[in-house]
Design a protein around this ligand. Structure first.
Ligand SMILES: [Ca+2]
Ligand SMILES: [Ca+2]
Ligand SMILES: [Ca+2]
Ligand SMILES: [Ca+2]
Length: 362
């Protein structure tokens, strides 16, 4: 069931944010020639898709959720929970001065007791607030997408209606698909599309609350697109991720299973370095955060706790981790200077000359 405490909530960076993110990713890909390399996050192409697909397919990347649908780490997680949907002004270095000021405005909002230091508690509350903001954004977005798949506006979408939309987004002819489905004729779709379709259907069943009629309401459609909004769907997503990574079939993940590289061979040193960072990042995440009882095995329950964006304990852990990264004077708090110095970690953008300007700007 959709969680009510955040029922008004939503998500996802504006299309503008997505576009500039894509450009950035594209730049990285071009620079590093990594098109065939595994990476801890999806490529621009995978993320963007075409417009129709974006509207009706569940996104691979969920803002404020630690793993993507394909089991990749969400590399932007810390920025997403620090900035919420408010990423404007941190997208390029055109106006570093303005960005610094903006960052300091955020700093003073996080610093609730105004002692000019961010404590773990303050950061935890901030993360929870920003997560709720992503929830609200997701709800907004899902509402728009729901109208796109429910043109007659009766508030219910059948699996067949959705399937037609999906196939049309894949380049099939709408009339033809509808005709064939009506007559119970077989549709010719390629293997990849067929596989996606089966996964989507599983997910559709899962999002359909009892009594199941295969018709999704707007709330159910939200949990179809955004599993992070529903306990049942979160479990489903975890199951799928474990299924994809589990090699010995024990329905748990060992460290080697979690860090093993996706298909692709190591061709050169550049590729090797990227593979190394994939392994390093995932090993750290596995050992420090996901495997909560540190027994070397990640159970479905552990993975579910780790991925639950509304988990306060996680938020506190994340808060502590974020502080530790920038806490140069080791006082377990963040001062303005520290946040500015580590602006790339918090905002995704390097804000130069931090030291010189911090006093005049704050
Ligand atoms: Ca404070
Ligand atoms: Ca296993
Ligand atoms: Ca464990
Ligand atoms: Ca500090």
């Amino acid at each position: 069931e959709v969680r009510t405490q955040v029922a008004m909530a939503s998500r996802r960076a504006s299309l503008r944010g997505l576009a500039s993110h894509c450009l950035w990713l594209l730049g990285v890909i071009l620079l590093m020639d990594v098109s065939a390399r595994p990476a801890n996050h999806s490529s621009a192409r995978e993320r963007a898709g075409n417009r129709e697909e974006r509207e009706i397919l569940p996104p691979d990347h969920l803002n404020g959720v630690k793993l993507e649908m394909d089991g990749h780490l969400n590399k932007d997680f810390h920025q997403e929970v620090f900035l919420g949907k408010d990423t404007d002004g941190f997208e390029e270095d055109a106006e570093p001065r303005r960005s610094r000021r903006k960052l300091m405005v955020i700093f003073s909002k996080v610093d609730v007791n105004t002692d000019r230091r961010i404590s773990a508690k303050e950061m935890q509350h901030w993360i929870m607030e920003k997560t709720a903001e992503h929830f609200r954004e997701a709800i907004e977005e899902s509402r728009v997408h729901f109208h796109a798949v429910d043109p007659d506006g009766d508030g219910r979408v059948s699996w067949d209606e959705y399937k037609v939309k999906f196939l049309v987004s894949k380049g099939h002819n709408e009339k033809e698909v509808e005709e064939k489905m009506k007559n119970g004729e077989e549709l010719k779709v390629d293997e990849e599309t067929q596989e996606v379709l089966e996964n989507l259907k599983d997910r559709w069943y899962q999002a359909d609350n009892p009594p199941s009629d295969l018709l999704l309401t707007e709330d159910e459609f939200l949990s179809f697109l955004h599993p992070e909004h529903s306990r049942g769907m979160l479990k489903f997503m975890v199951k799928e991720i474990v299924r994809d990574l589990d090699q010995d079939g024990d329905k748990q993940l060992s460290l080697p299973e979690f860090i093993s590289l996706p298909a692709g061979t190591v061709e050169n040193q550049q590729g090797q370095d990227i593979d190394d960072s994939w392994v390093r990042d995932r090993k750290k995440e596995f050992e420090e955060l996901i495997d909560a009882n540190h027994d070397g095995i990640v159970t479905m329950a552990e993975l579910e706790d780790y991925m639950d964006p509304m988990n306060e304990y996680n938020a506190l852990n994340e808060a502590k981790q974020m502080i530790a990264i920038a806490d140069e004077n080791q006082n377990h708090h963040l001062e303005p200077e520290e946040v500015l110095k580590y602006s790339e970690f918090f905002t995704g953008s390097k804000l130069m000359d931090y030291a010189r300007n911090v006093h005049e700007e704050f």
